[in-house]
Design a protein around this ligand. Sequence first.
Ligand SMILES: C[S@@+](CC[C@H](N)C(=O)[O-])C[C@H]1O[C@@H](n2cnc3c(N)ncnc32)[C@H](O)[C@@H]1O
Length: 197
Amino acid sequence: MSRFFASWYDFFMNPLEKKKFKRIRKELLTMATGNVLELGSGTGINFPFYENAENVTAIEPSQHMIECSLAKHKQAVVPIEIVQASAEELPFAANTFDTVVATLVFCTIPNPEKAILEMKRVCKSNGKILLFEHVKMQNRFLSILQDWLTPAWKKICDGCCLNRKTLDLLMANDISIMKVQKYYRDLFVFAEAINKK
Ligand SMILES: C[S@@+](CC[C@H](N)C(=O)[O-])C[C@H]1O[C@@H](n2cnc3c(N)ncnc32)[C@H](O)[C@@H]1O
């Protein structure tokens, strides 16, 4: 993740955050309980919203993003430890976490299949998986547009793919999706899932 992208991320996201995402994040993160793992915590935008977690371990591979997240880290009301790591290789023992959180991150992880297997491994059996992601849309025209835009978008937005079928990928890996809420048609999805082992 480049220093430029990390420094401007919050600025570019601010209109969407104010309009809708802040409320969605709050609703999602209130459900994060026990020992929580957050994947790709970026600028720490979720940190102030954890209220019911005992503690949070936030993994993030980019040193620039980690530096940008330190201000939000101070606003947290629960203990949060930031660990520099990638979702494809989590430095934790199996069955460590009660809840795993991923927001706007499966679009960017280079190997999402490997990250899902790692997420399943470190999450306890019947643990919660909470996601807020943008995904490939159902509408044929819009999904073709997403495919068409992705190569350029990926370059501009540091690896972000517009056309990932993240929910399909979760279900293909035996993660049971209990509830889905869709926003902006079905561009963004909020999902509560259970880790079946
Ligand atoms: C679009 S940002 C989202 C940040 C934050 N989760 C949010 O909700 O705004 C994507 C984040 O995923 C991180 N990322 C990229 N590759 C990753 C990987 N392999 N494992 C974990 N995080 C990764 C990036 O560094 C970046 O912080």
